[in-house]
Design a protein around this ligand. Structure first.
Ligand code: ATP
Length: 429
């Protein structure tokens, strides 16, 4: 019997016990809204970003990559509107001093202490992390950790047009850290204070924005499919006027049925010429694009698909998490698409105290490792334990070397999803 619904605790617990995700600074008691990625977590994360880069940058002639600095000239955040409007409404309970985002709770009653009428007026709280540049801690030295990767793209738009002059439409993509001082980080890695974004700013002629928006809207499903996400669990929400970010004229949130409920996985926004126009106004430099083959000039409009890596990780883990029963015993495994699986093969000798088996197994391990890189050697515990461990890591195939291997050069290959075993010739591995 396969379990239907996955609880968040199941995922948190597996992620911890198998070395995917740890609480940030855990030995010091943790720190709210920050997480660390363990050996398998970091590989899963890399596999996701690599897949994204392959799909949206390397695999397309119309999208180029950049990698901008996290700390930018503070004028960026003035012009972009973040200093004035990147805020959430903060309320504080007068009874227990707990703080909440006013738009996420019922403010008539405190969710922490249960008292009614303890909240005053909401204060607007800016979510950008501040720091100072240089040795002097003054208002003039204030800088921000970027709250989105997008501005690192907009500020390089002119460099890219001046140096490379791509055909219109074209996109510029970036993967990198962003920081948001969220009032209430929650639900594991769903809402964190240090996150990673994968964003494309797609520059189009103003007349073409709708066409391009619709194309992105459908193209995104290819990405969801590559992640192994069930399309039936993805829902589009056309964000109403009053809920949209200050820069957007149209936004579709792609929501996923997470274990915590239906929540935003990523966003697709029409940012108009808001950002380029702001840069032009603030710097006095022209952001116009000259249409090739004519002298037609215009400031491009922008379609922005914005992906949050933590939410992708959480969706991928939730989708892959499976429980079934093997010979009456409960089994947990991660049904990850092979391209995402942190370990592709696990190689082990049936018995670790038989030097001839170990020697042969090492040979096979080294050869597979050369070819597939993410291959794991595991000779701990009995074979059943090793299978369970690899199931929870999501390793698609386990290769076991036994005495028959020495005789006929065949190995047992065991499949994660079916648990079926097959004899395979070493040369066919
Ligand atoms: P939310 O409404 O959940 O706060 P948002 O609409 O402000 O998110 P965007 O500014 O559109 O989010 O950011 C783009 C993407 O970045 C989101 O779809 C999400 O995947 C991710 N993201 C944003 N904030 C966080 C966060 N605090 N923790 C993890 N991921 C985040």
């Amino acid at each position: 019997m396969t379990k239907k619904k996955t609880d968040l605790e199941d995922i948190v617990s597996l992620a911890k016990r198998r070395g995917f995700i740890y609480q940030g600074s855990e030995v010091y008691g943790g720190i709210s809204g920050f997480y660390d990625y363990g050996p398998f977590g970091v590989t899963l994360k890399r596999n996701i970003t690599n897949l994204w880069w392959k799909m949206f940058v390397d695999g397309r002639e119309d999208i180029l990559g950049v990698d901008a600095a996290i700390i930018m000239n503070p004028k960026v955040w003035q012009a972009s509107g973040h200093v004035d409007t990147f805020t959430d409404p903060l309320v504080e309970c007068k009874n227990c001093n707990s703080r909440f985002r006013a738009d996420k709770i019922d403010v008539s009653k405190c969710p922490n202490c249960g008292k009614s009428g303890t909240f005053g007026e909401a204060k607007m709280f800016n979510m950008m992390f501040k720091t100072n540049i240089g040795p002097i801690d003054s208002d003039d030295s204030i800088a921000y950790l970027r709250p989105e990767t997008a501005q690192g793209i907009f500020t390089n738009y002119k460099n890219i047009v001046d140096t490379i002059y791509p055909d219109m439409p074209f996109g510029v993509a970036q993967i990198g850290k962003a920081f948001r001082n969220e009032i209430s980080p929650r639900d594991f890695i769903f809402r964190v204070r240090e996150l990673e974004q994968m964003e494309v700013e797609y520059f189009v002629h103003p007349d073409e924005w709708e066409k391009s928006f619709e194309k992105w809207r459908t193209d995104i499903y290819v990405w969801f499919k590559a992640l192994g996400l069930d399309a039936a669990k993805i829902h589009e929400l056309d964000v109403p006027d009053n809920d949209r970010a200050h820069y957007s004229k149209r936004t579709i949130d792609f929501e996923y049925e997470f274990p915590i409920g239906k929540e935003e996985l990523m966003g697709l926004a029409y940012r108009t010429d808001f950002d380029l126009l702001n840069i032009q106004k603030a710097t006095g430099k022209s952001m116009e694009y000259i249409q090739k083959g004519s002298n037609n000039k215009f400031i491009p409009h922008v379609i922005e698909p914005s992906f949050g890596l933590e939410r992708v990780m959480m969706a991928v883990l939730a989708e892959a998490y499976t429980e079934d029963e093997i010979n009456g015993d409960k089994r947990i495994y991660l049904k990850l698409p092979p391209e995402l699986a942190p370990i592709k093969f696990c190689v082990s000798p049936l018995l670790k105290n038989k030097p001839e088996l170990v020697k042969k197994a090492r040979e096979i391990y080294v050869n597979l490792q050369k070819k597939y890189h993410n291959v794991m050697w595991d000779d701990n515990g009995n074979i059943g334990k090793r299978y369970r461990r690899q199931d929870e890591i999501g390793t698609p195939k386990c290769v076991v070397i036994d005495f028959d291997t020495l005789a006929d050069d065949t190995v047992t290959v065991r499949d994660r999803d079916t648990t079926k075993q097959k004899r395979v010739s070493v040369k066919d591995l």
